[in-house]
Write a protein that binds this ligand. Structure first.
Ligand SMILES: Cc1ncc(COP(=O)(O)O)c(C=O)c1O
Ligand SMILES: Nc1c(O)cccc1C(=O)C[C@H](N)C(=O)O
Length: 469
C-alpha cells in the first residue's frame, strides 16, 4: 500500500494510482487486499431501506447498506455497544449500588468507580498520551470551558487568545465568553487566524507569523487539530513548540482529529486538549468527551504536607478527588494526579459504557494502521474526483489540502453557486450519507474503520452524475 507513514518520522509520499484504478473492479480488488477489511463487520451500517422508511427498526440482514461518509459528524454504531449496554443494565439491575465497587465476572466493564480509567486506558492510545494524562469526562464545549478556566490566566500584558478564523461556533462562543468572564473585551482579545483571500488552507508559516506578532500580548493559542470546514490538519508539533517558546500556553480542539489522525500529544508537549468521541470515535450522539492535560500540569506536590497539596488551579468537584480519600467526606480536596483531577461529577456509567464499547473496536487495531488505510482511501477518493477533468472544467473545488499529511479522512468539496441542494438531494436519494455546509460545501469522509474503496467509487459516480445532470 502506498502513502503510509514511513519509519523514523519520515513522511511517506502521496499515493499514486494507475489509470486503470478508475473502475469498479479495481476498487473491489483494493477492498480484497485491505488488511483492515474485517473491522467493517464490527459496525451496524444504516440501511437504505431504513433511511427511506423512517420507521424505527434495526437494519435487516438482507437490507442494502447505505454509503455512510458522515463519520466526521457522527460515527455509526459499533455492535459492541448493545453487548456492553446489556452488561451495564444487568449490572445496575442485578446489584444496584454495589456496582460502584464490584467487578463482575464475564462483564467487559469494570466497576463504576474504575470505569473512567478503563476508558482512559484505551483513549490514551488514540491521542498518544500516558494513561494519567487523559480523562473521559463531560462534553467537548464544557471541557473547553474547564480547561480554559485553568489555562487561560490573562495578565495586564498577555490577554489575547489566538484561534482560527472559522472556529466551530461552540468553540468561538466558549472563547468569547471566557474572555468576557475576565471582564475583557472579546473582540479586542480574540485574534482570528485565517487563510489568504481566495484560498482555504492556512499555511503553517502564517500561523507562526501571528504567533510572532502576538508573542508579547497573547496568553493562549487554541486551534482545532483538524479544521471542521476545510478538513485541514495542522502541524500540531511545530506550532505547539513555536508558540510555547514565545511564552504562550497551547491547547488543541481535537474534535475532528480524535480517531482520525495520528496524535502524539505527550511527545509534542501539548499543554491541554479536548475532544468529542462521537465522530470518528463512534461512541454515540453526544457521547462523553475526553481531555488531555500534560503530565507537567497535572502533578500534585505534597512537599508541604499531606494536608497542603499544591496543584494547578482548576474548577473542582469530588470525582476529581483521589479515590482513596473520596469517601472520607473531610472536604479536603486532594486531586487525582493527572487529567483525572479535572473531573467534577460522578460520571454517567451509561455514557462511559458506549464509550468503552466504541474503544474496544479501536483496541483491535492501532491509529498507525488506521491512518495508513485512511491516507490511501482518501487519496483514492481524490484521484477519482479529479481524474479526466481540469480545474477550469470542474463544477467543484476540493478545498481540503492535497497533501495527505495536512488532512484527515475528510475532503470538503466546494460546489459552484446554486448546486448544493441538487447534489445533496441526489446523494441522499442514492442512499449516500454525507453532510452539506452552507453556502456550498459537501463534506465526504470515508472512514477507514468501516468504509470501503467500492463505496468511494460509488460515491464519485453518483456525485459526478449529479453535477452532470
Ligand atoms: C470543532 C468542534 N467544536 C465543538 C463542537 C461541539 O461539541 P459539543 O456539542 O460536543 O460540545 C463540535 C461538533 O459538534 C466541533 O466539531
Ligand atoms: N454535534 C452535532 C449535533 O449535535 C448535531 C448536528 C451535528 C453535530 C456535529 O457534530 C457537527 C460537526 N461538529 C461538524 O463538524 O459539523
Amino acid at each position: 500500500m502506498n502513502g503510509t507513514n514511513g519509519t523514523n518520522g519520515v513522511k511517506a509520499a502521496k499515493p499514486v494510482f494507475p489509470a486503470e484504478a478508475a473502475s469498479r473492479e479495481y476498487a473491489a480488488s483494493l477492498d480484497k487486499s485491505d488488511p483492515l477489511r474485517a473491522l467493517r463487520d464490527e459496525f451496524i451500517i444504516p440501511s437504505k431501506a431504513n433511511l427511506a422508511s423512517k420507521k424505527l427498526a434495526k437494519p435487516g440482514l438482507s437490507d442494502k447498506p447505505s454509503i455512510y461518509f458522515c463519520g466526521n459528524s457522527l460515527g455509526i454504531q459499533p455492535k459492541a455497544v448493545a453487548k456492553y449496554m446489556e452488561a451495564q443494565l444487568d449490572t445496575w439491575s442485578g446489584i444496584g449500588v454495589c456496582g460502584h465497587f464490584t467487578d463482575l465476572e464475564d462483564s467487559p466493564l469494570s466497576q463504576w468507580q474504575l470505569l473512567s480509567e478503563q476508558a482512559a486506558a484505551s483513549m490514551c492510545k488514540i491521542v498518544g498520551a500516558e494513561p494519567a494524562e487523559v480523562a473521559a469526562m463531560g462534553t467537548l464545549t464544557m471541557n473547553l470551558h474547564l480547561l480554559l478556566a485553568s489555562f487561560y490566566k490573562p495578565t495586564e500584558q498577555r490577554r489575547k487568545i489566538l484561534m482560527d478564523w472559522k472556529a466551530f461556533p461552540s468553540d468561538h462562543y466558549a472563547i468569547e465568553s471566557h474572555i468576557a468572564w475576565h471582564d475583557l473585551d472579546a473582540k479586542e482579545n480574540m485574534v482570528l487566524i485565517g487563510p489568504d483571500e481566495g484560498t482555504y488552507e492556512i499555511p503553517t508559516e502564517k500561523i507562526l507569523s501571528y504567533i510572532d506578532k502576538h508573542a508579547d500580548d497573547a496568553a493562549v493559542l487554541l486551534l482545532p487539530g483538524i479544521q471542521y470546514y476545510t478538513g485541514q490538519l495542522f502541524d500540531i508539533p511545530r506550532i505547539t513548540k513555536y508558540a510555547q517558546e514565545r511564552g504562550l500556553v497551547v491547547g488543541w480542539d481535537l474534535a475532528h482529529a480524535y480517531g482520525n489522525a495520528e496524535l502524539k500529544l505527550h511527545d509534542w508537549n501539548v499543554d491541554f486538549a479536548a475532544w468529542c468521541t462521537y465522530k470518528y470515535g463512534n461512541a454515540g450522539p453526544g457521547a462523553m468527551g475526553g481531555i488531555f492535560v500534560h503530565d507537567r500540569h497535572g502533578q500534585v506536590d505534597y512537599s508541604e504536607g499531606e494536608d497542603s497539596p499544591k496543584f494547578r488551579h482548576r474548577l473542582t468537584g469530588w470525582y476529581g478527588g483521589d479515590r482513596s480519600v473520596r469517601f472520607k467526606m473531610d472536604n479536603k480536596f486532594k486531586p487525582i494526579p493527572g487529567a483525572g483531577g479535572w473531573v467534577l461529577s460522578n460520571p454517567s456509567v451509561i455514557d462511559l459504557t458506549t464509550l468503552c464499547a466504541a474503544l474496544s473496536v479501536f483496541d483491535k487495531t492501532s491509529m498507525k494502521e488506521l491512518r495508513q488505510k485512511s491516507i490511501h482511501l482518501t487519496a483514492y477518493l481524490e484521484f477519482l474526483l479529479l481524474k479526466d477533468s481540469t480545474d477550469e472544467e470542474r463544477l467543484f473545488e476540493i478545498i481540503t489540502p492535497s497533501d495527505p499529511h495536512a488532512r484527515g479522512a475528510q475532503l470538503s468539496l466546494l460546489l459552484k453557486p446554486g448546486l448544493l441542494h441538487k447534489v445533496a438531494d441526489r446523494l441522499q436519494n442514492a442512499g449516500i450519507i454525507c453532510d452539506k455546509r452552507e453556502p456550498g460545501v459537501v463534506r465526504a469522509a470515508p472512514v477507514p474503520l468501516y468504509n470501503t474503496y467500492s463505496e468511494v467509487y460509488e460515491f464519485v459516480e453518483v456525485f459526478k452524475g449529479a453535477l452532470a445532470s
